[in-house]
Design a protein around this ligand. Sequence first.
Ligand SMILES: Nc1nc2c(ncn2[C@@H]2O[C@H](COP(=O)(O)OP(=O)(O)OP(=O)(O)O)[C@@H](O)[C@H]2O)c(=O)[nH]1
Ligand SMILES: [Mg+2]
Length: 335
Amino acid sequence: MAQPRTFCWLSAPGASALAVLCVHGQSAWDPGQAGPRARWLTGPACEPLEQAVACRVGEHLLVTCHGGAAVRNALERALAQAGFAVAPPNTATLLGATSRLQASLLALLPQVQGRLGATLLLQALAGGSTALASLAALPRPELLQRLAAWDAARFLFQPPRVQLWGPVNAGKSSLLNALCGSPLAATGDEPGLTRDVIEGSLEHRGAVLRLFDAPGIRADASGLELAAVTLAEQWRRQADLTLLLVPPGGMPAPVQGTAMHVFSRADEWPAPQPSVSTGDKASLQRLLDRLVEHFLGPVLAAPPTEGVLAVPGLRQELASTPDAAAVARHWLAGP
Ligand SMILES: Nc1nc2c(ncn2[C@@H]2O[C@H](COP(=O)(O)OP(=O)(O)OP(=O)(O)O)[C@@H](O)[C@H]2O)c(=O)[nH]1
Ligand SMILES: [Mg+2]
């Protein structure tokens, strides 16, 4: 009996670089030995959307393209027309994992966000077995320290949320735009210009950060402006960090939760450190360095081979089972 044609998504939903792996079955998508073949994906009204490239990887067909939800849907439609049904991603089986550790690393690859996480997982795939054996041989207190450092690995899968916060005209929207490198939010001298929470994201040193602009704070806010700030406060509580902007002449005000302050519009006054100015690229880079260090410092400082500890299940087992060598044996056995 002919095997059903199936495909699975390799990239996480929302990613802009999309990849699917098609298995079991020839189709019009197959470039054969001829090398990569490009095909146009079309929208619901048959309008051309994006080119997808198909190439053979061993027995399988790898299709890659760029885009958001519309392109993702178009690719699913095109594959359905070619007779492929979507299957749950089981990259471990597809790519021939030889241990439970490799299978877990492969299963995590599509979920990782950003170059840093992908690199760590690939390094762990290459040298993870030796690294795990060495980790398991560490004295227990040292192993627990290593595990605690890798808690930060969660940010490789769920990028940290940073809420910009501060008085009106502190330069929040300008900073969002400068850090993300695009004009996402309106800016200007009129105080209270921003009325909504606006999201942007960026990648720095391979780490993805999510930034949120917010309406500015002022004592005499009322009506719609007050309602907007109250709503933004709810967003702020969901953030992993509040980045409090202190404008010229200001003093850092206490805020609840985890916060970091930065003196803004630094080209306009003798701002103390840490400071930032949207026209000063070095100050923007320093701020991003601080943010990445804040969230992922322990992971960046760890030896790259320790990337095996990015696997949450492995961390949990090593933390809860006193016999680390037995845990390592179990993870290095067949998937
Ligand atoms: N010179 C200088 N001007 C800046 C800088 N950042 C922002 N500004 C200016 O300051 C004014 C206010 O900037 P916004 O980014 O709109 O400030 P905001 O905090 O978003 O203000 P609200 O939305 O009203 O709360 C604008 O005219 C910006 O061009 C900076 O680093 N240097
Ligand atoms: Mg603003």
